[in-house]
Design a protein around this ligand. Structure first.
Ligand code: FAD
Length: 380
């Protein structure tokens, strides 16, 4: 192993790895962060940046509380990151309208409002007329919608970059174009990592490798435990900007970004790492978006892209210690919500490594050992 010894090596420089690097180096740890490509070059640069707790997660989802906690961290994170890096993560508290385009969808959404209100969450059912009063450019082909006033959005690219720059400010070393091939393990204890050009030693290794994380699992768990879900999205310019709130419709959302563009996403295709933008995917999205917001037919397309989300077999991220190798921690599987969950994941992993007592916040449900227990049963 190389002479240089780090307290923590983080493999993967997406929003998750960068958030963890920031929290750890802020607490004085010597951190090395490596990425196979550019920092923030994968899923984290493809994200729409919605901080959608109520619109994305059912209230009984074990991630709900954690996601809400994470969303609440954004104002202070935005401030901190701006002070350290001068960067604006473009946080916008514009709220969200989840619209029902059919009677059936309306029944379902009204049920969600009831559940939300039973827990004193802010969510209101709006009739068609009320929706159109708030957003007059929307198509009249809607039944009603839920207004979630507390949902917000950020720029995923600025957030990831700001986390990385703030981590560097506190001493994190970043090495791009460094492919981590293997963990260096002796007697079930991790001593460091092996890259395409050499080895680095560390007391602890964090695996934040997004959709590419199955590589670190034992053979029987490699196929479906963590798998890729491709998502395509595109950005348009319109003048004037026709909506103020994020609109969440059937298989499509439209996010008004600070700066005046509209981000429209996203398709879902499982089990592929292919990042080509397909005509089928984009045209379907365009169709759905124009059904919601007809004036988009005059919009100018600025760019389109695809990214690979890290999905897990139970839909819950994998965060916590490796059950079989000492000194290794997983932080992956954030699927559609990695931007939203990045602040809390940074705190949780840093606290775990620093040995700081923390509130449970549903941590058990994310523990990697849930899969390893299954593996033992499978191999018996
Ligand atoms: C179209 C789309 C829209 C989305 N919208 C939202 C949204 O609105 N809100 C939200 O919260 N989330 C959203 N997401 C999800 C979000 O993008 C992800 O959950 C999040 O980016 C995951 O972050 P990550 O750091 O785990 O993964 P990534 O950003 O993919 O980072 C993993 C990194 O690990 C590196 N890596 C992998 N293997 C190795 C190795 N062996 N050695 C070195 N480096 C390695 C990769 O190069 C990569 O940079 C969206 C995703 C997509 C695709």
């Amino acid at each position: 192993l190389r002479a240089k010894f780090f307290d923590v090596i983080i493999v993967g420089g997406g929003v998750i790895g960068c958030s963890i690097a920031y929290q750890l180096s802020k607490q004085g740890k010597q951190v090395l962060l490596l990425d196979r490509g550019k920092v923030g070059g994968e899923s984290s640069q493809a994200a729409a940046g919605m901080l959608g707790v109520q619109a994305e997660l059912d209230i009984d989802n074990p991630l709900y509380k954690l996601a809400k906690r994470s969303r609440n961290l954004f104002p202070s994170i935005a401030e901190e990151l701006r002070e350290i890096t001068g960067r604006d993560i473009l946080l916008q508290h514009n709220g969200m309208l989840k619209i029902a385009q059919t009677e059936e969808a309306a029944i379902h959404l009204k049920e969600i409002v009831k559940q939300q209100q039973s827990l004193n969450e802010e969510a209101t059912w709006l009739t068609k007329e009320e929706v159109l009063q708030i957003e007059p450019s929307l198509s009249e082909h809607l039944v009603g919608g839920i207004h979630f006033p507390n949902e917000s959005n950020v720029s995923a690219v600025e957030l990831t970059t700001a986390f990385a720059e703030a981590a560097v400010h506190y001493g994190t070393r970043i090495k791009e174009y460094s492919y981590v091939e293997n963990l260096v393990i002796k007697n079930d204890i991790c001593k460091g990592i092996q890259t395409n050009y050499g080895e680095y030693a560390a007391e602890h290794v964090v695996l934040a490798t997004g959709a590419w994380s199955s590589k670190w699992l034992p053979d029987p768990l490699q196929t479906n435990t963590i798998y890729p879900v491709k998502g395509e999205a595109f950005l348009v310019r319109t003048n004037p900007v026709p909506i103020k709130k994020t609109i969440f419709g059937n298989g499509c959302y439209i996010v008004p970004k600070k700066g005046g563009e509209l981000l429209i996403g996203a398709t879902m295709k499982s089990h592929t790492f292919n990042k080509e933008v397909s005509l089928g995917g984009i045209s379907e999205l365009m169709q759905k978006a124009m059904e919601i917001l007809p004036c988009l037919s005059d919009a100018e397309v600025s760019s389109m892209w695809a990214g690979i989300r890290p999905m897990t077999s139970d839909g819950i991220p994998i965060i916590g210690p490796h059950p079989e190798i000492e000194g290794v921690t997983f932080a992956t599987g954030h699927f559609r919500n990695g931007i939203l969950l990045s602040p809390i994941t940074g705190h949780l992993v840093a606290n775990q490594l620093l040995g700081i007592e923390q509130e449970q916040l549903g941590l058990d449900v994310m523990n990697p050992n849930r899969f390893f227990r299954q593996e033992m049963v499978m191999s018996k």
